[in-house]
Write a protein that binds this ligand. Structure first.
Ligand code: FMN
Length: 220
């Protein structure tokens, strides 16, 4: 059975991101029971302090927080999901904090032209990005997608990245609202009412995409 680990950067309950995550998990449950969903804001993870000792000791030197246990889970999983609302064109701070600690998975060497990254472990994982944003234009997610393209590449040739982006999702639970609820909401957001029908269909399709991706990636 495939292992699925979800690192959820949500900061509010019942947000749009949690619906993306829930549908992904529902799909994954079709094939596996080995699913763990972690709300990263609830973990005790210290900031990377830049000591760079990981370049020598092949693990993070920071002790007495939840990273050691989390990093063991990250290394053991087959499917690694990062879920986040877009905050200022990036992931939320709790998730960024985790990403910085990924430095301890890699040996980094300065070269004449840039940096050479060599992972300490073999990574053959499916990376998944589930993103929710207020903007109607998914360009706001570009920096995050570029970062994860880079991360999955430096961590190993066998990694793949799958991305799902939900746009025009400003209000909590908006993704789950009925067409009538959206029709009532859109004038308050100064959005054309005619978009409500389109968005109701778009949101349904998006949640179905999450389900399908969870189902596909968890099957052997
Ligand atoms: C601090 C903050 C910064 C945000 N920055 C952006 C942004 O740069 N681009 C964007 O499209 N939406 C932005 N948003 C809107 C959220 O990404 C959007 O409402 C998202 O659907 C929230 O997800 P949630 O419902 O899971 O909390 C921001 C929201 C907050 C609170």
């Amino acid at each position: 059975m495939k292992k699925v680990l979800i690192l959820d950067g949500s900061t509010r309950k019942n947000g749009n991101t949690s619906y993306l995550v829930q549908h992904f998990m529902d799909g994954a449950k079709e094939h596996t029971d080995l699913i763990e969903h972690i709300l990263v804001k609830d973990l005790n993870i210290k900031y990377c302090n830049g000591c760079l000792r990981c370049n020598l000791i092949k693990r993070c030197a920071i002790r007495n927080d939840d990273w050691e246990e989390l990093s063991t889970k990250i290394l053991a999983t087959d499917v690694l999901v990062f879920a986040s609302p877009i905050y200022f064109h990036h992931v939320t701070a709790p998730l960024k904090n985790i990403i910085d600690r990924f430095r301890s998975f890699i040996h980094v060497q300065i070269t004449e032209t840039g940096l050479k990254h060599t992972p300490w472990h073999t990574w053959n994982k499916d990376f998944v990005l589930l993103l929710s944003m207020g903007s109607s234009d998914d360009i706001d997610a570009k920096p995050v997608i570029e970062l994860f393209e880079f991360m999955k590449d430096i961590l190993g040739d066998g990694n793949h990245l799958h991305t799902i982006k939900g746009t025009r999702l400003a209000i909590t639970r908006q993704i789950q609202k009925s067409e009538i609820e959206l029709q009532e909401l859109y004038p308050k957001l100064k959005l054309p009412e005619k978009l409500a029908k389109l968005d109701f269909e778009k949101n349904k399709k998006l949640l179905n995409e999450c389900f399908k991706l969870g189902e596909n990636l968890s099957s052997i």
